[in-house]
Write a protein that binds this ligand. Structure first.
Ligand code: AP5
Length: 218
């Protein structure tokens, strides 16, 4: 299945995409992770993307479309994938459809994870990430076993540069203006499903897997 995970920053797209990826054995394609890695390695892409990301703004559509076109061509994508954080604008959604049409493919399902703004602010200012393996933690709900060290690789956890409260609120505005309209775009194609993201990680996962099972059986 080719899946799109939509939702505001902090709605749990990354957390859920990782779990669904493991459960369905299809890759999670997180554009945020790809860009952060490029920034860390100081590649040309990273140099172009950094200022947008630090300000909580979107990286330009042409850059993102070129990146995704190359990524979905990967040999690991033949059995499907989860797009986590892409598309983010109408231009990206339409560009993605064009790329897929040329390949004789379509998006099967877009899952919108809904949470309130204050939930977003609380989760993101308490989130910590591993800069090495991208594992996610939360100081309220999912603490690392050893203080501020990644359980998997022992690297020191960090607060993402765009997780300061002011930048989180900018990202929420960008989401409302540029990304939320995609819900109508996918709804008009009959492939949008909404999930309440306010429950626990396991509850949200169960809702998503329920939808996926239903769609696969239909
Ligand atoms: P990106 O990395 O995609 O950030 P985002 O969409 O803002 O989403 P987040 O990663 O902040 O949150 P999430 O929904 O994945 O939540 P998570 O699972 O981590 O993008 C970053 C930047 O890159 C963008 O601002 C932009 O500049 C650029 N970019 C990326 N893609 C782009 C594109 N397509 N076009 C242009 N620019 C692009 O969870 C958050 C926290 O909550 C964690 O601590 C987690 O443990 C916790 N948590 C998760 N679920 C629950 C739950 N159910 N209950 C309690 N806690 C929970």
């Amino acid at each position: 299945m080719r899946l799109v995970f939509l939702g505001p920053p902090g709605s749990g797209k990354g957390t859920q995409a990782r779990m669904v990826s493991e459960s369905m054995n299809i890759p999670q394609i997180s554009t945020g992770d790809i860009l952060r890695e490029a920034v860390a390695r100081r590649t040309d892409l990273g140099k172009k993307a950094r200022s947008y990301m630090d300000a909580g703004q979107l990286v330009p559509d042409d850059i993102m479309l070129a990146l995704i076109e190359k990524r979905v061509d990967g040999t690991d994508c033949t059995g499907g994938y989860i797009l986590d954080g892409f598309p983010r604008t109408l231009a990206q959604a339409m560009g993605l459809d064009e790329i897929l049409t040329q390949r004789g493919e379509t998006i099967d399902l877009a899952i919108l994870i809904e949470v309130a703004d204050e939930t977003v602010v609380r989760r993101l200012t308490r989130r910590r990430i591993c800069p090495a393996c991208h594992a996610l933690y939360n100081l309220d709900t999912d603490r690392p076993k050893r203080d501020n060290l990644c359980d998997r690789c022992g690297v020191e956890l960090v607060l993402r540069s765009d997780d300061e409260e002011k930048t989180v609120r900018t990202r929420l505005n960008v989401y409302r203006n540029d990304t939320l309209p995609l819900a109508d775009y996918y709804d008009s194609k009959g492939i949008l499903r909404k999930v309440d993201g306010e429950g626990s990680v396991d509850e949200v996962f169960a809702s998503i897997m329920g939808i996926l099972t239903e769609v696969r059986q239909s």
